[in-house]
Design a protein around this ligand. Structure first.
Ligand code: G3P
Ligand code: MG
Length: 241
């Protein structure tokens, strides 16, 4: 059985401030096979890499990303909340992440954070960037907003999509087929042999989140999933191989 891919959640966010260049570089140093990032839209329509709708938790600023221009967002410090050593880290735009990864042999999981705020034309903008950078083979787009994933497929059926979910769904592999998704991205509590078997039969990948503890990494990696999304890619590589 092939070992699952190790996908660094918001970069190596257990060891550096999430969704910063420092976190992505650490993920690369730790030998991650993939990096997961989160995307919002700024007031001036830029693709902003940040987990929350607001900048409050992970920067020295306050407010909604969608109420701020890129210029305002770039003034914020996205590192010192995590540790003084990271002062000066900035919130990134998608293009900066694509610049970092375009020459690397690594998967990029772009999570669209349009579950709360329905960002206008977020799908079109992300697809345009992927096209500009010619990186579609290296990318999977995931979201808890499955309508948005359907839209992605309608706009470009060759872009891979992954269905994020937390609940214990009934036959999620059938649902994935219905919305033409390539992968399921379940919370790891939902991994059962039946899920793995049915996904395999339907050629649907399973990338599960967020698996951090050593015991969880060890158990989940033996269940036949295709990817494990973790804050600790170094730990995951040591345990999984
Ligand atoms: O993509 C997996 C995971 O990132 C989904 O949850 O809230 O950490 O973005 P969240
Ligand atoms: Mg995410």
């Amino acid at each position: 059985m092939k070992r699952p891919l190790v996908i660094a959640h918001r970069g190596a966010s257990g060891d550096a401030p999430e969704n910063t260049l420092a976190a992505y570089k650490k993920a690369l140093d730790f030998g991650a096979d993939g990096i997961e990032i989160d995307i919002h839209l700024s007031k001036d329509g830029r693709l902003i890499v940040c987990h929350d709708e607001k900048v409050d938790r992970t920067t020295d600023g306050k407010g909604l990303i969608n109420d701020m221009t890129l210029r305002e967002i770039k003034r914020l410090d996205a590192g010192s909340w995590y540790g003084e050593a990271y002062r000066g880290e900035k919130i990134l735009v998608l293009e900066e992440v694509l610049d970092l990864l375009r020459e690397k042999d690594i998967l990029l999981n772009i999570e669209l954070k349009n579950g709360i705020i329905p960002y206008r034309q977020l799908e079109e903008k992300v697809l345009q960037r992927i096209k500009d950078y010619r990186m579609k083979e290296k990318i999977i787009i995931s979201s808890f907003n499955h309508t948005s994933l359907m839209k992605i497929k309608q706009l470009n059926q060759s872009i891979k999509t992954g269905v994020l979910y937390v609940a214990a769904l009934v036959e999620p592999w059938e649902y994935a087929k219905k919305i033409k998704a390539d992968a399921l991205h379940p919370l790891f509590y939902n991994i059962r042999p039946e899920l793995v078997r049915n996904c395999r039969q339907s050629s649907i990948d399973i990338n599960t989140f967020v698996v951090n503890e050593a015991i969880e990494l060890s158990l989940i990696s033996k269940l036949g999933v295709s990817g494990i999304i973790t804050n600790y890619p170094d730990r995951a590589r040591r345990i999984i191989g």
